[in-house]
Design a protein around this ligand. Structure first.
Ligand SMILES: Nc1ncnc2c1ncn2[C@@H]1O[C@H](COP(=O)(O)OP(=O)(O)O)[C@@H](O)[C@H]1O
Ligand SMILES: [Mg+2]
Length: 253
């Protein structure tokens, strides 16, 4: 297992949201965190990423305890986060959005120096995929045709692809994808699924948060179902795919 999350408790001020979430992700796996709106999927990802640190529990990344690390160090250690709100730069072109990201945590220019006494990053178990603007545009060809367009003029699907593409520019080994299919038309969702599947085939490890059961079950190897801040079910994706009654029980679908 490359990522081990143990008994995570996270709160926003006095409002407790996660009540002992544990999950694991193996190298090269696509693991889905399924659950309805408000159950804590985003909070779990923000906790892993160091954006909303947990009040208790442990996050271990390739054997190193990264609990409490600031987000930039988590990113530099090889975890990329694609947030659900798709925060791209509306006034920059597609190309510029990617170029800015290429100077992010994993490359050297402009990135902060490691803190004294801390290793620069967790040692790579294998070299992460190395992305260039050309390579990400090859993965998302429709962005290639829009390279000079401002981010603010992209459709929802194009913005989602740009958000993923931008995160890839940091050369992550693990991608945290937060509800990528949200608000997208069915055809666009199909297309996005193909691209995420391709990333997986290229060896990227993926933790996917979704409400869209169809989208997730086609991509995921294993599934965790989250309910009210706790894991209610975990198992192979096939078990949920094949068992409509179980799906209905867990997700009311
Ligand atoms: N910044 C915040 N401050 C206070 N409460 C929040 C904040 N973000 C989320 N919550 C609450 O935490 C719970 C879980 O939210 P979230 O992790 O976003 O769920 P999901 O991603 O599964 O929809 C919800 O009840 C939500 O209202
Ligand atoms: Mg969410």
């Amino acid at each position: 297992m490359v990522l081990e999350v143990r008994d995570l408790h996270t709160a926003y001020g006095l409002s407790r949201v996660l009540f002992g979430v544990s999950l694991e992700v193996g190298a090269g796996e696509c693991v889905c965190l399924l659950g309805r709106n408000g159950v804590g999927k985003t909070t779990t990802m923000r906790s892993i990423m160091g954006l909303t640190p947990p009040s208790a529990g442990r996050i271990v990344w390739k054997g190193t305890d990264i609990t409490g690390w600031p987000a930039y160090r988590v990113a530099r250690a090889g975890i990329g986060f694609v947030p659900e709100d798709r925060r791209i730069f509306a006034d920059l072109t597609v190309w510029e959005n990617l170029d800015v990201a290429s100077r992010g945590p994993r490359s050297h220019a402009g990135s902060p120096e490691p803190e004294a006494g801390h290793p620069r990053s967790v040692p790579a178990s294998r070299p992460p995929l190395q992305w260039s603007i050309e390579r990400v545009l090859e993965l998302f060809p429709q962005l290639g045709g829009l390279a000079r367009r401002n981010g603010g003029y992209l459709s929802g699907g194009e913005q989602q692809m740009l958000t993923i593409a931008r995160t890839l520019m940091g050369n992550p080994e693990l991608l945290l994808l937060d509800e990528p299919s949200e608000g997208l038309a069915p055809l666009v969702v199909d297309h996005l699924r193909e691209q995420v599947a391709r990333l997986k085939r290229e060896g990227l490890t993926i933790l996917l948060a979704e409400q869209n059961v169809g989208f997730s079950l086609e991509l995921a190897d294993r599934v965790y179902v989250l309910e009210k801040g706790a894991i209610r079910f975990s198992g192979p994706a096939g078990r949920l795919r094949d068992d409509e009654a179980l799906r209905h029980e867990l997700l009311a679908l």
